[in-house]
Design a protein around this ligand. Structure first.
Ligand code: ATP
Length: 259
């Protein structure tokens, strides 16, 4: 990744362990505003763990992660939440709330300590709901939403947060084809406008289409990191996933076929 100018997210010589297992041992990366990094790898390889380490949600065994040049550990929680947003893999709902109330949660890092949401906050949350096709459901109880609708609401809450860096853990899960493309196109547009995007994806074809950089974790503590073109090669992926793949370019788009 580029090394000049100001980096949104940087990791130096990062080593991350979970239980007895090493997820990665010497990961260095530099994500500039406008760039999209995709994490791929087999089940259990450590993508969520690495995403959480990059988000500052878990300790690392060695190395440092910096956001806008400042170590994650040095960010006060509220300021951190204004600058980096995380969409977790799943969000269990224990209590009833409306769709609009849940979208407005994304605004909380921007509110004063005792302040209520302003008209601007409601407008931003409403725009996020429009973006995810949920604006007609603002008063619905979230416990009545389908899996895909709940996922779109989680993304709407994150959009309402308006951070500079988005970290997305399987943002496409439960989504139909239309919303898979809509979500990836929207985050790409945010990147074009200067945001940084890190996302865990399982679909290699979509990774090829929407990644600038890729980190592949193979599940044994080894990883391959580079541009999308460097990492998304049939031999590399076949070895990591333990299944032979062929890479084709169809009408200008990379497509992987399973053998
Ligand atoms: N607290 C824990 N103690 C030990 N091992 C754990 C713990 N939490 C998770 N793991 C293991 O760490 C590994 C990495 O988990 P992680 O969720 O990061 O993988 P992943 O690549 O995101 O997987 P998936 O594609 O299935 O979502 C898994 O093998 C998981 O079982």
């Amino acid at each position: 990744m580029k090394s000049d100018a100001y980096a949104l997210l940087e990791a130096d010589d990062l080593a991350v362990q979970i239980g007895e297992r090493w997820i990665c041992c010497d990961l260095s990366l530099r994500l500039m505003p406008g760039e999209r990094l995709v994490l791929i790898g087999p089940n259990g390889a450590g993508k969520t763990t690495l995403l959480h380490a990059l988000a500052g949600l878990r300790d690392v065994q060695r190395g440092e992660v910096r956001l806008q040049g400042r170590a994650l550990a040095e960010w006060p929680g509220r300021e951190l939440a204004q600058v980096r947003g995380v969409q977790p893999q799943s969000q269990p709902d224990w209590f009833a709330a409306t769709v609009m109330e849940t979208a407005l949660v994304g605004r909380h890092p921007h509110l004063g300590r005792w302040a209520w949401e302003s008209g601007d906050d409601v407008r931003i949350a409403h725009e996020a709901l429009i973006c995810m096709g949920l604006d007609h459901m603002g008063e619905r109880n979230i416990l009545t939403l389908s899996g895909g609708e709940r996922q779109r609401l989680a993304i709407a809450s994150l959009l309402a947060q308006q951070p500079d860096l988005y970290l997305l853990d399987e943002p496409l899960s439960h989504l139909d084809l239309h919303y898979q493309m809509a979500v990836l196109a929207h985050f790409s547009a945010l990147a074009q406008a200067g945001a940084g995007v890190v996302m865990v994806l399982h679909d290699l074809n979509l990774a090829a289409r929407f990644a600038d950089h890729v980190v592949l974790l193979d599940g044994s503590g080894k990883m391959v990191s580079g541009t999308a073109d460097e990492v998304l090669q049939a031999d590399v992926l076949s070895a990591a996933f333990g299944h032979p793949l062929r890479r084709h370019v169809i009408e200008g788009q990379v497509a992987f076929l399973l053998e």
